[in-house]
Ligand binder design. Structure first.
Ligand code: LMR
Length: 331
């Protein structure tokens, strides 16, 4: 009798172990993708595309869960969380990596790229690709560049020339180059999380901010900022990133397929970013809530002249050869 019970218990324990073992073997790899913007943006759409493509082609093996609007993490802590294994993928602005590498600061230099074609050309070059690897020593893997577009300045007062920005408080991303850029205008830069910008503008704690039309539209800044000066003075681009530990934990027969899908989702995001820029610009105009101020060549030269000394300030950290190569991509 006693022997029978022992056998029964042992059998039950064995089958429980087998069930949990097989459940473990078949449970999919989960990728939590955290980002700070709205879903109807180049990054939001790229993340959804990634989720859908993974479900279609790697269903059962990998699953992507997307957390937009800073729901899971803000950009201030997402990379730390990634290194701790609490999130597996993100795409912070290149301006937000300066704790991990100073070389990516190149992308914040004002008036470095004349358009997105120049950005694309530089990023595809050997030097551009090498920059993706500068975060590797910190345990992060750069999976690719994702575009948003060129930035505009929005403010509570009309700005035509750099002197109009003097004394105003601008929210910036956590980048020393961007801080220097506003200091060059004799304005006051404040590093603040993206999720706080709307309230800071609404309560008039700050006077303005810089961002793309996509973010100005999707975050509704245009409803509370009466003026947008179309300067196209800087770039807002992202790096799709994961941790080395997570990336290498993906089985060898899945990783290349997953990388191909990520590349496809990034290409999709990049393709729609230009259209989104124009579309959101038009939606802002149609809203009649704000005025888009265009600047002429002479005014533009003034902005360039005021901001360009920043290049020299960061030349040592970034490397002159790197800056020259990026500048050449405009030709
Ligand atoms: C910002 O903080 O302004 C941007 O990085 C937000 C984003 O991800 O586009």
């Amino acid at each position: 009798m006693f022997g029978k019970i022992t056998t029964l218990v042992a059998t039950a324990a064995l089958s429980a172990a087998l069930i949990s073992g097989s459940a473990l073997a078949s449970s999919p790899i989960t990728i939590k993708f955290a980002h700070v913007v709205a879903e109807n943006t180049p990054k939001g759409k790229m993340a959804i595309k990634l989720k859908d493509l993974v479900a279609e082609r790697l269903g059962g093996k990998v699953v992507v869960e997307v957390f937009p609007n800073s729901q899971l993490f803000g950009d201030e802590n997402v990379l730390e969380a990634m290194l701790l294994g609490d999130v597996q993928m993100a795409a912070p602005a290149l301006s937000k990596f300066d704790r991990y590498t100073t070389q990516l600061q190149i992308f914040d230099l004002p008036f470095l790229f004349k358009d997105m074609a120049a950005v694309e050309k530089f990023q595809k070059s050997e030097k551009g690709q090498a920059l993706l690897k500068t975060i590797e020593p910190k345990g992060l893997v750069g999976l690719g560049y994702l575009h948003n577009g060129l930035k505009q300045l929005s403010a509570s007062t009309r700005m035509k020339v750099p002197a109009d920005a003097a004394g105003l408080k601008f929210r910036i991303m956590s980048s020393d180059v961007l801080a220097a850029q506003f200091q060059a205008l004799k304005a006051v830069p404040l590093k603040k999380p993206f999720s706080e910008v709307f309230t800071l503008l609404q309560t008039k704690a700050i006077d303005g901010q810089e961002n793309t039309y996509s973010n100005i539209y999707s975050q509704k800044y245009f409803e509370i900022q009466p003026y947008i000066t179309e300067t196209n003075h800087g770039l807002l681009d992202y790096m799709v990133v994961t941790s080395k530990e997570f990336w290498m934990s993906i089985p060898d027969d899945i990783r290349p397929q997953l990388k191909a899908i990520i590349d496809e989702a990034i290409a999709y995001g990049n393709k729609i970013s230009a259209d989104k820029d124009l579309e959101d610009r038009q939606a802002i105009i149609d809203s009649k809530r704000t005025e888009i101020i265009m600047i002429n060549d002479a005014e533009r030269s003034q902005w360039v002249e005021a901001m360009k000394p920043v290049w020299q300030q960061f030349e040592k950290e970034i490397g002159k050869d790197m800056i020259d190569a990026a500048y050449q991509s405009n030709m």
